[in-house]
Design a protein. Structure first.
Length: 171
């Protein structure tokens, strides 16, 4: 059995796509996953499975809760590597990780146009790291991140990534 991290996109945001984590945890356990853990309401799941659950989670959630969110799934080792590869070490919670469904094909001209002068980024494999010291609320890049990446992505801040890494035992 292997450990996986599943990051759900677009749930429990502004009252849209409600998905209670307690009920989701029970649903996943009933479906045969073990050591299921969730963290906050934004859809962060750690679980053990015999095979990568990527293709199974969406239909299971849709059947049980009536929504089928985009889900990024990675093995424990892949998530831990993303955490330790953070190129902006020491920058605090102004770092955001965008976990991509596939390796991004950056639209460099668009990215350069939207990137604020205070922002910087790095791309390592399927993870786009953004240092946004002024926050992401008004970031033009964040508002258009998927069109710049060319793939589906879901973002998590450094605190959330650190907490998930702790859940994996990968501090």
């Amino acid at each position: 059995m292997s450990t996986y991290v599943a990051l759900l996109r677009g749930i429990n945001v502004g009252g849209n796509n409600p998905l209670p984590m307690k009920a989701l945890k029970l649903c996943l356990q009933d479906a045969g996953y073990s050591n299921v853990q969730t963290y906050i309401q934004s859809g962060n799941i750690v679980l053990d499975a015999d095979t990568n659950p990527k293709d199974e989670l969406g239909p299971l959630i849709e059947k049980s809760f009536g929504i089928e969110p985009a889900i990024m799934v990675m093995a424990k080792e892949e998530f831990s590597a993303a955490h330790t590869t953070n190129p902006f070490e020491g920058a605090g919670n102004t770092i955001h990780f965008y976990f991509c469904d596939a390796e991004p094909a950056l639209d460099q001209p668009k990215l350069d146009l939207l990137l604020a002068s205070s922002e910087s980024y790095a791309l390592h494999g399927k993870v786009f790291y953004l240092h946004a010291p002024d926050g992401i609320g008004r970031s033009k890049l964040v508002a258009n991140i998927e069109s710049c990446l060319g793939v589906a992505a879901t973002g998590r801040n450094l605190n959330t990534v650190g907490k998930i890494a702790s859940m994996l035992g990968a501090d």
